[in-house]
Write a protein that binds this ligand. Structure first.
Ligand SMILES: [Zn+2]
Length: 187
């Protein structure tokens, strides 16, 4: 399966700033696209990837959680609660990191990659992934919300190390070995 090109800010600003249109139907073609996005996300060491980040103007994103990649199609945020400031990164803003205040819990609904309606009560890191990706569907990037003073760039060396650590974790999981903390942060 081919790796997809990831839209980068600001070069691909037009794509990344567009509001995405709802998905009309979950087709085999969409499911193949989700598979390609999963491979692209893992290659780039991400935890989430939204359709506009691969030049697709549709309301869905993929995410990895508990060793599984799933999609959330036409997501809606039903409830949010709490507030925390945590570091985030984005595959469309490579090497940039910064602190973003977001709710600590988000109840979201949507359709998964098999076309089933789901409702997910997400907390902490998963809630953060969902809200970051849903922002992408509305043309919003984490730099719009980040505390400006916290923004910093990883060096190319640091980014290489980050990607290498993630790939090591993925490899261990494939071999069924235990892994400690998931080192990822980009979505
Ligand atoms: Zn992102």
């Amino acid at each position: 399966m081919p790796l997809l090109k990831i839209a980068i800010y600001p070069e691909d600003e037009k794509m990344l700033r567009d509001r995405c249109r709802p998905v009309v139907k979950v087709t085999p073609r969409l499911q193949r696209l989700i598979d390609d996005m999963a491979e692209t996300m893992q290659d780039a060491a991400g935890v989430g990837l939204a359709a506009p980040q691969v030049f697709v103007n549709q309301r869905f994103f993929i995410y990895e959680w508990n060793d599984r990649v799933d999609a959330l199609i036409n997501p809606e945020v039903l409830e949010v609660e709490g507030e925390a400031s945590e570091e985030e990164g984005c595959l469309s803003l490579p090497r940039l990191q910064g602190k973003v205040v977001r709710p600590t819990r988000a109840l979201v609904s949507g359709v998964n990659r098999r076309g089933r309606r789901v409702r997910i009560d997400a907390e902490d890191y998963l809630a953060r992934i969902f809200l970051h990706e849903i922002d992408h569907l509305n043309g919003v990037l984490f730099i719009d919300k980040a505390d400006r003073t916290s923004l910093h760039w990883l060096t190319e060396e640091e980014e290489k190390e980050r990607v290498a650590r993630v790939h090591e974790v993925l490899e261990k999981r494939r071999r069924g070995e235990p892994v400690d903390v998931d080192p990822r942060g980009a979505g």
